[in-house]
Design a binder for this molecule. Sequence first.
Ligand SMILES: [Zn+2]
Ligand SMILES: [Zn+2]
Length: 146
Amino acid sequence: MPATDPRVAAYAAQILTDIDDSIAEGALPASVRTFTDLHTYCDANDFLTDAGVPFDGTPTGLDLTVTVQDEVTRLLQAAGRPWCSYGTCRYPGHDHTTTQAHDGSELPEPAPMHCTDCGRPAHYDTKLGDYRHDDPAAPDCFLIHR
Ligand SMILES: [Zn+2]
Ligand SMILES: [Zn+2]
């Protein structure tokens, strides 16, 4: 393997800035933790194009693209990176609330959702069509797996 292309860090940093802008605008949820996750919510290749990552269809170009994607994933998984939760989420496709009480009855007001299995804060993601723990690093439980 050749030494890592010095442009990789710059491309990845630019893409992370763009991702953070999208999260701030509510275009992406703060729960994304891998480059592949981005594809669920948008055309993730646009981030590569916008950052100027050259794509010429050659094996070298493809290698560079994959290396940049891996670096973006590494940055997204950095410890301390905030995730969205009730009250902070700006993504309209997330519902961090529930109107169902633990005993199955209807609550008078929507309340912050908690996983009914493990009790961790949770949300419904309309793009995934599934429930997720707010903390992307939370271990899988009986109800929620990534
Ligand atoms: Zn959210
Ligand atoms: Zn759970």
